[in-house]
Design a protein around this ligand. Structure first.
Ligand code: ZN
Length: 281
């Protein structure tokens, strides 16, 4: 088994945003079917990046996520969202809003086939329509879209606000990490007219609300690093932070920034712990 490396940061960053996360053992390993394929760069491989974030509903009120089930079948999604009761995810009840990770690499069937030109528009950060009216073109989005299955019957019944908040935070983190606009968060219905997810809270166009909320959440993420003039300035700020003790190095966080280009998302993570104390120039 080989590890897909691109998304391994995500659970830790979600926890930093106070989202309850479960990483099922083995979720980092490849399913052996696909590489992530980045439409911005053409890059693919075990270190490849996804191109979009696709939100689904399960069509059920309960789900029991597994990396691989007893019949050897791999999880069909990268992660699952719902109310965790200790053994499974529910649409309603008293459980804790939770994201359960089951596959770091492309999951095989979740996105399925859809309208190829739409995917290219999404990759260009176009805000495409929430419902895809055109016929499928025989291209599967599995290797392009990070997939979440939100536990919801898909009949318009409500989803817990905490669960939706976790979906929104995940979208904001993905967008800030990879440098996307919020419009790369799409619904399955955006991709193919054969589907209607996500449909909850009486709104078939729920993805529009989710995109708007991701946009707001990204402003929060960028709150203290917006208008960064250049990475030299950012490095100087981080240098000061380390020198003054505001930024702690050598802990479990990804902060070996000195050898890598700083993205907004990474910089935010560095600042998140002490952002209020950092003066901006
Ligand atoms: Zn779906």
């Amino acid at each position: 088994m080989t590890t897909h490396t691109s998304l391994l940061w995500l659970p830790r960053y979600l926890r930093a945003m106070d989202v309850h996360v479960i990483e099922l053992p083995g979720w980092e390993e490849a399913q052996g079917q696909y590489f992530w394929t980045n439409l911005d760069t053409g890059q693919r491989g075990f270190d490849g990046d996804p191109t979009a974030y696709m939100i689904h509903h399960t069509g059920s009120s309960v789900a029991r996520p597994e990396v691989r089930n007893s019949r050897g079948k791999w999880s069909k999604a990268n992660c699952w969202a719902g109310l965790w009761d200790g053994s499974k995810l529910n649409q309603s009840g008293s459980g804790e809003p939770t994201i359960v990770f089951t596959s770091a690499g492309p999951a095989r069937v979740s996105s399925g086939y859809g309208h190829g030109p739409t995917l290219l528009d999404v990759a260009d950060d176009v805000r495409v329509g929430w419902d895809q009216p055109l016929p499928d073109t025989g291209i599967a989005a599995n290797r392009y879209a990070w997939n979440v299955e939100a536990v919801a019957k898909g009949d318009g019944s409500p989803v817990d606000p905490g669960v939706e908040d976790a979906l929104i935070k995940m979208g904001a983190l993905l967008a800030s990490h990879y440098g996307w606009t919020p419009w790369r968060a799409i619904g399955h219905l955006t991709w193919t007219r054969r589907k209607l997810d996500p449909f909850w809270n009486s709104q078939q166009d729920r993805i529009v609300h989710i995109q708007d909320e991701i946009e707001q959440e990204m402003k929060m993420i960028y709150r203290d690093v917006i208008n960064v003039p250049n990475t030299d300035w950012a490095r100087a700020v981080v240098d000061d932070g380390i020198e003054s003790g505001l930024i702690v190095t050598g802990d479990d966080f990804v902060d070996n920034w000195q050898d890598e280009q700083i993205t907004m998302g990474r910089l935010w993570t560095l600042f998140a712990r002490q952002a209020a104390d950092l003066d901006r120039p």
